[in-house]
Design a protein around this ligand. Structure first.
Ligand code: ATP
Length: 287
C-alpha cells in the first residue's frame, strides 16, 4: 500500500527541492542556536541531521515546522514560502514527531491516529455535534484510514490498546502513524530510536525505508551513527548552530572535523562508542 496518493508535485516537475531552508537563523537572547543554516530535501530522499548535544538540531526542526519563527531566513515547501505556523506547515504537507513522546496516553492507538487525521477532514464543529450523515461518513473513513496506518507501521493488532500500556518501541511507531495520518509529503523524525533496543532500532530503520519507498521524503535527527549512516542518502552535521559538513554518509563519517566535533564533546565516552561516533557507522542495512 502507499501512504500518499500518487500526485506529481510542482517540486518534482521543476526538479526543485521539496523542502528548502535558506539562511535559517534562530537567536535566543545572546545565544545563536541556529546560524545561517541551508538545507534542501528532494522527493524520496532520506536526510540525516546529526551533531553533538546542543548543536541546534531540534531548534532547526522547530524552525522548519513552524514552532519557532526564525530570527532570519526562509523556509520554502514545494516552492512556496511557508508561514511559520504549525497548522500551515501540516496543511502544506509536512509532519513531525518529537524527541519526547507526545501521545494521548489514555486514548487507544486507533484514537491517537484518528486525532492526527482530523486536520484532513472537513466536518465542521456543528456537524460533529449533530452527528449528521457527512460526519458519520467521514468518521468511518477516518477510522478505516487510521487502521490502515496502524497496519502500515506494524501495529495493526494493537489498535484497541491504550497508548500508555504499549511498549516503548510501539509508542514511537504509533507517533509515526499519527504523523502519517496528516498525509504528509515529508516527515521529520526527532530521535526516533531514542531509548530503543537494537532490534527495535533495526525495525525503525526498516519502517523508515518503507515510508520512503511509499513516496515520502524523510528528515531524521539521530545520535545513533550506525543507524544514520545505514539509512540516509545525505547527512548534514551541525555544530554550535552552524553547518560543519554536508555530504553522503561515507563523506561525513570519514570527515575528521565531524569526528573531532564529537570527541570534543565527550559524547564518545560510552562503552559502545561505535554507536555514537561518526567513525562507528557503517553501510549496514542501506538500501
Ligand atoms: N527555547 C529556548 N530558549 C533558549 N535557549 C534554547 C531554547 N531551545 C534551545 N535552546 C538552546 O539552543 C541550543 C540548541 O539546542 P537544541 O535543543 O536545538 O540542540 P540539539 O542539537 O537538538 O541537542 P540534543 O541533541 O541534546 O537534543 C542549546 O544551547 C539550547 O540550550
Amino acid at each position: 500500500m502507499t501512504v500518499t496518493d500518487e500526485v506529481r508535485s510542482p517540486a518534482r516537475a521543476s526538479g526543485q527541492p521539496l523542502l528548502e531552508a535558506s539562511g535559517v537563523t534562530m537567536q535566543f537572547g545572546g545565544l545563536l542556536a541556529v546560524n545561517d543554516v541551508n538545507l534542501s530535501v528532494h522527493e524520496g530522499e532520506i536526510l540525516g541531521l546529526i551533531g553533538p548535544n546542543g548543536a541546534g538540531k531540534t531548534t532547526f526542526f522547530n524552525c522548519l515546522t513552524g514552532l519557532y519563527k526564525p530570527t532570519r531566513g526562509q523556509v520554502r515547501f514545494n516552492g512556496v514560502p511557508l508561514a511559520p505556523k504549525p497548522r500551515a506547515v501540516v496543511e502544506a504537507g509536512m509532519a513531525r514527531t518529537f524527541q519526547n513522546i507526545r501521545l494521548f496516553a489514555n486514548m487507544t492507538a486507533l484514537e491517537n491516529v484518528m486525532v492526527g487525521r482530523y486536520c484532513r477532514t472537513s466536518s465542521m464543529a456543528l456537524t460533529s455535534i449533530l452527528h449528521g450523515p457527512k460526519y458519520r461518513k467521514e468518521e468511518a473513513a477516518t477510522r478505516a484510514r487510521a487502521q490502515e496506518l496502524l497496519d502500515f507501521v506494524g501495529l495493526g493488532r494493537s489498535s484497541e490498546h491504550l497508548a500508555r500500556n504499549m511498549p516503548y518501541g510501539d509508542q514511537r511507531r504509533l507517533e509515526i502513524a499519527r504523523a502519517l495520518a496528516t498525509d504528509p509529503k515529508l516527515i521529520l523524525l526527532d530521535e526516533p530510536t531514542a531509548g530503543m533496543n537494537p532490534l527495535e532500532t533495526r525495525q525503525a530503520s526498516d519502517l523508515i525505508f518503507k515510508i520512503r519507498d511509499s513516496g515520502l521524503s524523510v528528515v531524521v535527527i539521530e545520535h545513533d551513527m550506525r543507524f544514520i549512516f545505514g539509512l540516509c542518502d545525505r547527512v548534514l552535521c551541525l555544530v554550535r548552530g552552524e553547518t560543519l559538513v554536508e555530504g553522503t554518509p561515507i563523506e561525513v563519517q570519514s570527515d575528521s572535523r565531524v569526528i573531532e566535533a564529537y570527541i570534543g564533546t565527550g559524547e564518545s565516552d560510552d562503552e559502545d562508542a561505535g554507536q555514537d561516533t561518526p567513525a562507528g557507522g557503517d553501510e549496514e542495512g542501506k538500501s
